[in-house]
Design a protein around this ligand. Sequence first.
Ligand code: THU
Length: 136
Amino acid sequence: MNTEKYSDLVKKAIEARKKSYSPYSAFSVGAALLCADGTIYTGANIENASYTPTVCAERVAFFSALHEGQRDFCAIAIVGGKSGEEICEYCPPCGVCRQVISEFCGDDFEIILSDGKENKALTLKELLPYRFDLLK
Ligand code: THU
């Protein structure tokens, strides 16, 4: 898959990662969500002393876009790694985030991962086959 067209989206995710609040895991994640109208919403993980209120970067980006009325999404770039260090490994979305993506995106929605050197594009269908969907 051609990931060249997503290099700007990945850059925005890397930039968003700097705003992560992750003093408990020391793992910072950034995400940049591309909407069908070209608008990009970003997010970073926000942790909590009580742990469970923690929200992943992907959901911060999605909920911010959804609250602005966005409903059509093309792709999300996700980057993550040890806080204070450059990214060096792919950071695939957790199961909860995959399910949230599933609520609003089709099988062809693209998830772009980067290890700082190369980008990898995966579809939602590849990351979440046989997904649970009550509205189908
Ligand atoms: N995290 C994300 O932001 N996105 C994911 O898909 C995986 C995990 C965050 C949650 C937590 O703040 C930290 O990474 C370590 O799990």
